[in-house]
Design a protein around this ligand. Structure first.
Ligand code: ABU
Length: 371
């Protein structure tokens, strides 16, 4: 069956094949959650977010939604079907028999929660307590896809317990310092323990038959092992980026643009021994351009490297945030047509252009790029 915007089909095997159907997040009712171990470990020590929590100011929610709506319309104008989540009430506490936190997070960014591999969409375990119920924002869409596509596989990884045993207490100190954080990252000592499998979907990059997974704050080794046992027809590779003192999510660090070409954050270079599979198969890994900004926008969890958090529409076309002029220039030199998208005022809601989307359908099949 060929693709039609009216028939849901779930199919996406990599980060670059022609995009036809995507989910774009919403900023609705987004909260800065109260302190909790894994979240605190990610908030930079000098951040304006330390000690703050509660619903984000309405004018910032409205502005972020304006930008997300515009992005959705840009994609629709290119013939791409865009679906949006249904916001739950994020002011509600998240309580299970094992933990309690006073509020939730939001329905941005979907990339953290939903991992599409072929005809499957897998809900990640997540590792923040405030994000435990986040999948509920996407359940109306999952139900719709289930009803419309008889091949769709809706899967959910085992919900973690997220007791205190999931977090290293060393990371709970107020002042750790970047030097110690970098040493810990080098030693692969992260905030999450190996108590149970944990992963965020945004730690996974899809290269057809190969899945490349970052081990860091949000994904532990058991999480990678769970993915390996789940995707039995895939090869699952663990990667680390020791230059990152706050390692969550791979998509501001390692960005494939098309078969054979990856852009890598120059402060978070993939170690030489982990490059072998790429070099053995004639892939090029180039340093990303510098971000255009020295600091993230206010109340933002992410780093300035959202500059390279781009959405590839097809192997020749990429969406780049409008103010990220150096990244756009580099993409142009790498032979990509650049689509400018204004999103910086939505960064604080959970990320950039890759983060704020989740694939539903890309043309193409499962290829072996690393035979
Ligand atoms: N969600 C991607 C954020 C990564 C970073 O802060 O660099």
């Amino acid at each position: 069956m060929s693709w039609s915007p009216d028939n849901t089909q779930v199919n996406s095997w990599n980060e670059w094949d022609p995009l036809k159907h995507v989910i774009v997040g919403r900023a609705d009712d987004c909260h800065i959650p109260p302190e909790e171990p894994a979240l605190d470990a990610k908030v930079p020590e000098d951040s304006d977010m330390r000690g703050q929590w509660g619903r984000r100011p309405q004018e910032t929610i409205d502005r972020a939604n304006e930008l997300l709506d515009n992005f959705a319309n840009q994609l629709k104008a290119r013939g791409i079907r865009v679906d949006r989540p249904t916001s739950i009430d994020h002011s509600q506490p998240a309580t299970t028999p094992d933990f309690h936190t006073d509020s939730q997070f939001g329905c941005m960014p979907p990339r953290d929660v939903l991992l599409t591999v072929g005809s499957e969409i897998l809900e990640a375990t997540m590792s923040y307590r405030c994000r435990w119920f986040e999948y509920l924002n996407y359940r109306p869409l999952m139900q719709q896809y289930w009803d419309e596509d008889s091949n769709f596989r809706h899967e959910a990884a085992p919900k973690p317990r997220l007791t205190d045993a999931d977090y290293h207490p060393d990371y709970l100190s107020e002042k750790i310092g970047v030097e110690k954080r970098l040493k810990w990252a080098e030693e692969k000592f992260f905030v999450t323990t190996e108590e149970e499998p944990l992963f965020d979907a945004a730690d996974v990059l899809r290269f057809g038959k190969d899945l490349v997974v970052q081990h860091g704050f949000t994904t532990n080794q058991k999480g990678v092992e769970w993915l390996r046992r789940h995707f039995i027809d895939h090869r699952v590779h663990t990667v680390n980026f020791p230059g990152d003192p706050y390692p969550i999510h791979i998509d501001a660090t390692f960005t494939p643009l098309r078969p054979g070409l990856i852009v890598n954050n120059p402060q978070r270079r993939l170690p030489e021994d982990q490059r072998k599979m790429f070099y053995d198969n004639d892939w090029e890994i180039v340093d990303a351009a510098q971000p255009a900004h020295n600091t993230p926008p206010p109340l933002c969890y992410s780093s300035t490297w959202l500059s390279m958090n781009v959405l590839v529409l097809d192997p020749k076309t990429v969406c780049v945030e409008k103010s990220e002029v150096y990244q756009a220039e580099q993409m142009d030199k790498l032979g990509m047509e650049v689509v400018e998208v204004e999103l910086r005022d939505a960064y604080a809601f959970g990320g950039g252009l890759h983060c704020c989307t989740a694939d539903v359908y890309r043309e193409g099949t499962c290829e072996d790029y690393f035979p």
